[in-house]
Design a protein around this ligand. Structure first.
Ligand code: ZN
Length: 199
């Protein structure tokens, strides 16, 4: 005899594919959905379908976007002389929350990690270089995570961009080492941006 009805098994399997969701969390979420009303379940399912249908990557910076360009790239008030390089769209959110940066971004969509087989070709590095070639950017601020992958990526980017005659800076340490940028509080991250150093 099966422990669960087939539809529940299917839901548990799908939930367990999500990052950070083990069997116990999946069970808890499934029970929550089963106990709730049908409308709530439909809203959740529709939100998931809609986000995949309507959200894509910005053609310029590879942040999440609803149109061809994201809201930041589309904003004429942004300072086009400063470009902040980050690993993930969530890092853009973290830096925007500090209110300390008025430039634009470039989202690499990951970091160099030889162990995981991720090299510069798997990231949006080529797009970054071609973007810089035709821009007014005078400073690239590398705000990758303060872990091994983030530091490796920062060094790689600096070596690539400095010969173009563009100033390359790295956000200051003081962020928790090995941590994720997104988990730093606004004040700490704001200070790290302000105290950036030439690479
Ligand atoms: Zn953009």
């Amino acid at each position: 005899m099966a422990l669960y009805a087939q539809p529940i098994v299917r839901l548990l399997e799908e939930l367990e594919r999500l990052p950070g969701i083990g069997p116990k969390s999946a069970q808890r979420l499934a029970y929550h959905i089963l106990r709730g009303d049908a409308d709530a379940a439909e809203r959740l399912a529709e939100a998931i379908v809609e986000v995949k249908r309507k959200v894509r990557f910005c053609a310029r910076c590879f942040n999440f976007a609803e149109d061809e360009l994201c809201e930041i790239c589309d904003d004429p008030r942004r300072d086009l002389s400063a470009l902040c390089v980050v690993e993930e769209p969530r890092d853009v959110v973290a830096i925007e929350r500090t209110g300390e940066f008025r430039g634009t971004y470039h989202v690499l969509q990951g970091a160099i990690s030889p162990i995981d087989g991720i090299g510069p070709d798997q990231l949006r590095v080529r797009e970054l270089v071609s973007r810089l070639g035709e821009s007014d950017v005078t400073e690239v601020i590398v705000a990758t995570d303060p872990d091994i992958e983030g530091e490796t990526t920062a060094l790689y980017i600096a070596r690539l961009i400095k010969p173009l005659g563009i100033r390359v800076t790295r956000i200051a340490s003081g962020l928790p080492v090995g941590g994720d940028l997104e988990f730093a509080d606004e004040v700490t991250l704001g200070r790290a941006l302000e105290a950036r150093r030439d690479m």
